[in-house]
Design a binder for this molecule. Sequence first.
Ligand SMILES: Cc1ncc(COP(=O)(O)O)c(C=O)c1O
Length: 462
Amino acid sequence: MPPLSNLATRDVETLVHPYINLASFRETGPLIIERAQGVHVYDTQGKGYIEGMAGLWCTALGYGNEELVEAAATQMRKLSFAHLFTGRSHDPAIELGEKLKEIAPVPISKVFFCNSGSEANDTQIKLVWYLNNARGLPRKKKIVSRIKAYHGVTIAAASLTGLVGNHRDFDLPLPGFLHAGCPHHYRFAHDGESEEEFASRLADELDALIVKEGPETVAAFIAEPVMGAGGVIVPPRTYFQKINAVCAKHDVFVISDEVICGFGRLGTMFGCEKLGFRPQSISVAKALSSAYLPIAAVMIPELMYEALLAESKKIGVFGHGFTYGGHPVSAAVALKTIEIYVRDRIIEKAAKRAPLFQARLMALNQHPLVGEARGLGLIGGVELVADKTGKRSFDPRHGIGARVVRFAEDEGLIARSVAGDILTLCPPLIINAAQIEELFDRLTRALDKALDWVTRERLTQA
Ligand SMILES: Cc1ncc(COP(=O)(O)O)c(C=O)c1O
């Protein structure tokens, strides 16, 4: 391992980084990014990379967008901070709230602003609990999410998340958080089960779970239209229609976590529209501001707003809010971001480039290390396996996914590996056809290097 640079050493001695083995990180050190433009980021040595993950599934309009910079600077000069507590307000929040209502895929009555996806999902849970207290249903409080879901890391959001790494030794999930089956046909279908049969079985299992717990105790179901951090899992075609029916049958409130899928990732403004998923409320973040500044929102239906009204009449206050929720500079940037999505037809254009992205992604299914390449729109997952026919994963100790990510970095591509040696791809929506080709050329070379290494080290053996 080459010695760490001065800046890398200062990093290792100063920061705690999310989502890394903190022990091995002390030797490898960080990849330090210094600047970025368009779909490219550049490290401190001046090496350029295609940002194949749009940062963390978020920089939809890419880097260096002058209109967004200008929107922030103008708002900062005019009003650098104002809050929404105790009846105060400001025009960027009002306008952004109106815009979100206007583009919402389902009827939305009000918008509540937060700063992150985790805060939005935590807020969703608190609002559902409030709702059922207002309805005189104080026992109806359990929340169902799914195995492999990712909804964030605050205590309640991490409880929704269905990944072992987010629970183990954090004493999570909290009681009252249930995890239904994951709609990943490749991994969880029975032998010979069609996608349709699999979707029906998952809906039946959800039904059975709610009945076993008691429908009078189950409040809500939350789902990402396409699971992101769980490994880019696209559900079967009729999955959500069937899940929606089960939720309706048991009076279970339905939430779509659009933190990744919102604003065009799947080729539609909201991911639920693409998948025939009908939520009652929606969480958004990330591409809401193209990640130029942190902002998130909960999009609230009338039924829930009425509950908030009733509770605040009873209690005297709606006791929830974040200092920076709806920050005027973030709101101004988010407004400009949505204006650009619509004005420049960013989402239609992304949808037009999706077939090329998906064709190159699907071609990776031929690679000896790839068990399943899958995706939708401009998001993709590549599951690496030791044995293609038996779908056997590599021993996690070999860190194959992380190794491919490093080979990809050598090739000038930023990708990510999540639990299960699954590579994830989620480039900025502004990526063009030539850049998509280049992204997959670089990834293919990285996979070839990984195959050489795996063969040399005999890592495919059980
Ligand atoms: C679907 C989804 N929900 C929620 C979150 C949490 O968002 P944040 O990291 O902003 O708290 C994420 C983050 O990746 C996400 O992908």
